[in-house]
Design a protein around this ligand. Structure first.
Ligand code: IDP
Ligand code: MG
Length: 139
């Protein structure tokens, strides 16, 4: 199968809990290679834009405040079937329902604070990483 790229954010909870090393280990063990990576932050306005599809939902403000609450690690990951396989590795949105062995099951704590984001389509992945990475930061 052709290789594919996906985009992930290790969310502020994962950075704060010192889980990023273990999460990156799990990502490598699952066969993904890292094509771009940095620690950065987003403002509340940028979080509102990133999650604009959820505007108006009950959890929107909690989510955007959380995403802007501290440093994040953003990465472009490559593998065959990367989008779908990474979503499987993440587990379901609600960390309390995520099986052991998944990123959210092992490192997330709630539905909002679920350790990591994963793009849900090739198009969205490209759009999301283009916000964070210049051409020279992509390998
Ligand atoms: P996903 O991250 O599994 O794709 P989405 O539905 O796209 O889930 O939601 C984006 C993010 O918003 C989730 O990762 C989570 O942090 C937060 N979120 C989604 N649904 C809820 C909810 O019902 N309560 C609280 N937070 C939520
Ligand atoms: Mg989503």
């Amino acid at each position: 199968m052709e290789t594919q790229r996906t985009f992930t954010i290790l969310k502020p909870d994962a950075v704060k809990n010192q889980s990023i090393g273990a999460i990156i280990g799990k990502i490598h063990e699952a066969g993904f290679s890292i094509r771009a990576m940095k620690m950065t932050r987003i403002s509340i306005e940028e979080a509102e834009n990133f999650y604009s599809m959820h505007t108006g939902k009950e959890f929107f403000e909690r989510l955007t405040q959380f995403m802007a609450s501290g440093p994040i690690v953003v990465m472009v990951l490559e593998k065959s079937n990367a989008i779908e396989d990474y979503r499987k590795l993440l587990g379901p949105t609600d960390s309390t329902k995520a099986p052991k062995g998944t990123i959210r099951g092992d490192f997330g704590t709630t539905t909002t604070q679920n350790a990591a984001h994963g793009a849900d389509s090739v198009e969205n992945a490209k759009h999301e990483w283009a916000f964070f990475f210049s051409e020279r930061e992509l390998f």
